[in-house]
Write a protein that binds this ligand. Structure first.
Ligand code: AMP
Ligand code: GLY
Length: 420
């Protein structure tokens, strides 16, 4: 069968890399892909959804995996399914779990899913009145998609009110901020828990930890993620059991009951406070760079998992996960995340080996040169039987990469390294 992976980042590259040796796959298309995915398969591009659907029908594509949230929120999975094409990813209605924070919070409230107390509003006075009832810091969120930037952790009442005002006026996030969510600040540690779902059943993947801040010791501005590792030793069996019971199961049941069964990746952003998991956010796709450390943990059955989610028969799926640990270090361009940087030629000094590889993200190709063209350029992934070994392998891989202005964090997985 031939498959299409929709997206252009390190996440999509890592899915392609993990599936490339699957003997049932005859070819992988990336839509639109990046300068390195063309080595794993073929990059394709279309002007409209219809052109893409026509292509998928003509080529008898056996599976479409949709990586990023935007096409899901826009309904690409619906259109593909209506045309009988097996698709991994939720419908537009189910994708509202990520597309609208107000919808997600109301859903959590309705189904008794533990989450920070909140209001959603379009009214500044109402926002201020609720802000006054909270302790600082206070969390102010724009309702819609903001490429990971729509959350302000305000340290004072004034800052919270200013953030609310700027969002509501459309100044900071346009239409995405016309409705806002204000919520209490939860103080704990964060985990990313991923469930691959078929509308009713799910399989849970090893819990990952992202590193959102740009600089070591969690300093500097928020980014899309500067590194990740999985499994996290912080995710005890009890915490994961509680995430299943109090968050994932009620979500799948609730979505089905509401007539919007959820299939695809349910990414639960969790804050663990005093050993109890609270839902911070849902995403409806794999995290990036979390995906880059989860895909290599599949020893077998990854394609079957994707297909079973798409076809609604996850219950009988067979798969195997490695008991190794995987660490991914994001290498970003000079001015990330502030502005785009000028293109730079990338040199890779050493070949990849069984314990380390690169997932390419913001890269382009000119002649035969690989160029750093995006913010997060690539992810160096190391594996090991323990976290020390995986960290060592990941950073050895980073040393083999050279391009002008490259920046990366030196402390990825520090919480796991310090964990006894
Ligand atoms: P979100 O996009 O909702 O996950 O928010 C982005 C980041 O903001 C999260 O990964 C947390 O680090 C932080 N955050 C969001 N909501 C809260 C909250 N209620 N309490 C503490 N931190 C939060
Ligand atoms: N790394 C976080 C995300 O993909 O949203």
């Amino acid at each position: 069968m031939e498959i299409v992976i929709v997206g252009s980042g390190g996440r999509e590259y890592s899915i392609g890399l993990a599936l490339q040796n699957e003997c049932r796959i005859d070819g992988i298309y990336f839509y639109p892909g990046n300068g390195a995915t063309s080595k794993l398969g073929k990059n394709i591009d279309f002007k409209t959804q219809k052109e893409f659907v026509d292509f998928a029908l003509k080529e008898r594509i056996g599976l479409v995996i949709i990586g990023p949230e935007a096409p899901l929120v826009e309904g690409l999975a619906d259109v593909l399914r209506e045309n009988g094409i097996a698709t991994f990813g939720p419908s537009a209605k189910a994708a509202r779990l990520e597309g609208s924070k107000a919808y997600m919070k109301e859903f959590a409230k309705r189904y008794d899913i533990p989450t920070a107390s909140f209001i959603q509003t379009q009214d500044y006075e109402e926002a201020c009145a609720f802000i006054e009832t909270l302790n600082t810091p206070i969390v102010v969120k724009a309702d819609g998609l903001c490429a990971g930037k729509g959350v302000i952790i305000a340290q004072s009442y004034e800052e919270a009110k200013r953030a609310a005002k700027e969002m509501l006026s459309g100044k900071s996030f346009g239409e995405s901020g016309k409705t806002i969510v204000i919520e209490e600040f939860l103080d704990g540690f964060e985990l990313s828990v991923f469930a691959m779902c078929d509308g009713k059943d799910f399989i849970i993947l090893p819990a990952a930890q992202d590193h959102k801040r740009l600089l070591d010791n969690d300093k500097g501005p928020n980014t899309g993620g500067m590194g990740a590792y999985a499994p996290s030793p912080l995710a005890s069996e009890e915490i994961i059991a509680e995430v299943k019971q109090s968050i994932i199961i009620p979500t799948l049941d609730g979505m089905a009951k509401d007539g919007n069964p959820f299939s695809g990746t349910l990414f639960c952003g969790i804050m663990v406070v005093k050993n109890k998991p609270y839902l911070l956010e849902f995403n409806v796709r794999f995290g990036d760079p979390e995906c880059e450390v989860l895909m290599p943990l599949f020893k077998e059955g990854l394609l079957d998992c994707f297909l079973a989610c798409a076809n609604g028969d996850l219950k009988s799926v067979q798969y195997g996960l490695s008991d190794e640990i995987c660490v991914g270090v994001v290498v970003a361009s000079r001015d990330y995340p502030y502005k785009s940087s000028k293109k730079e030629k990338i040199q890779i000094l050493e070949a990849q080996n069984t314990q380390a590889h690169i997932s390419f993200a913001g890269v382009g190709k000119e002649n035969n040169d690989l160029l750093a063209t995006g913010g997060r350029v690539l992810v160096c992934v190391g594996k090991g039987s323990n976290v020390q070994e995986a960290v060592k392998n990941a950073y050895k891989c980073v040393e083999s990469v050279k391009f002008a202005g490259m920046q990366y964090r030196k402390d990825i997985a520090y919480q796991a390294l310090g964990y006894k």
